[in-house]
Design a protein around this ligand. Structure first.
Ligand SMILES: Nc1nc2c(ncn2[C@@H]2O[C@H](COP(=O)(O)OP(=O)(O)OP(=O)(O)O)[C@@H](O)[C@H]2O)c(=O)[nH]1
Ligand SMILES: [Mg+2]
Length: 203
């Protein structure tokens, strides 16, 4: 978690939901958000209109809380079209975890998506969850994620993002990834302190 994120009240984590055009980013936030989703979908034009009717032009925003609101996830969804890539650059500050959504069936998008995903992760250095949409088979999802360049240690979730329960699994995986990172960071910070204390005790 970043220094700025530390300043956020309680256990509030920022989730960046991103991925290629029409992967299911808005669907995920709509499926799980417990508050009214702020969305900026407009009627698609040009070649995109042949794929789907609406497209995100700025951002999606939704929330998900657990433990009576003690832990809250703020989900920020990016547009997928490359001409709106600047929005991802604006939204990626202080992110705690990236959920990268891909459509398992849209394999023509995977090469570019993989490049963009690794570039983003190299920049942010936060945990990653790959949400492989329109996919029910874990082995297929893992294969897609590996082809994108996801590491063996990074989480992969096969999902159908128009379903609440499926979206919830993705969000819970994102929370687990954040908590795991926090624990590792704490251990890394404590280890030298414990070594010094042990040396001081031995002296
Ligand atoms: N059958 C099926 N359709 C889905 C699923 N997830 C999303 N869709 C549909 O796929 C289309 C794309 O979903 P969106 O959520 O708008 O995709 P997006 O990634 O936000 O798209 P952009 O913001 O335009 O990049 C929509 O028509 C959804 O209803 C799924 O799991 N199964
Ligand atoms: Mg969208």
């Amino acid at each position: 978690m970043t220094a700025h994120a530390d300043a956020r009240a309680g256990h509030v984590f920022k989730v960046l939901v991103t991925g290629p055009f029409a992967a299911g980013k808005t669907s995920l936030i709509q499926a799980v958000s417990q508050t009214t989703v702020v969305e900026t979908d407009v009627v698609a034009t040009g070649a995109e209109a042949e794929i789907k009717q609406f497209t995100t032009v700025a951002m999606d925003f939704g929330t998900y809380a657990i433990e009576d609101g003690d832990v809250q996830l703020l989900m920020f969804g990016t547009p997928g079209q490359s001409r709106f890539r600047f929005m991802t650059d604006i939204m990626k500050g202080d992110v705690d975890v990236v959920v990268y959504v891909v459509d398992a069936e849209a394999d023509h998008t995977h090469a570019e998506a993989g490049e963009a995903m690794r570039e983003l992760l190299a920049d942010l250095r936060v945990p990653l969850v790959v949400a492989v949409n329109r996919c029910d088979d874990r082995d297929v999802a893992v294969l897609v994620a590996r082809q994108l360049g996801a590491l063996a240690s990074e989480a992969v979730v096969p999902c159908q993002l128009i379903e609440h329960e499926s979206g919830r699994k993705v969000v819970i995986e994102a929370l687990l990834a954040v908590l795991d990172r926090l624990e590792r960071t704490r251990d890394e910070l404590l280890e030298p302190v414990e070594r010094v204390l042990a040396l001081a005790g031995a002296a």
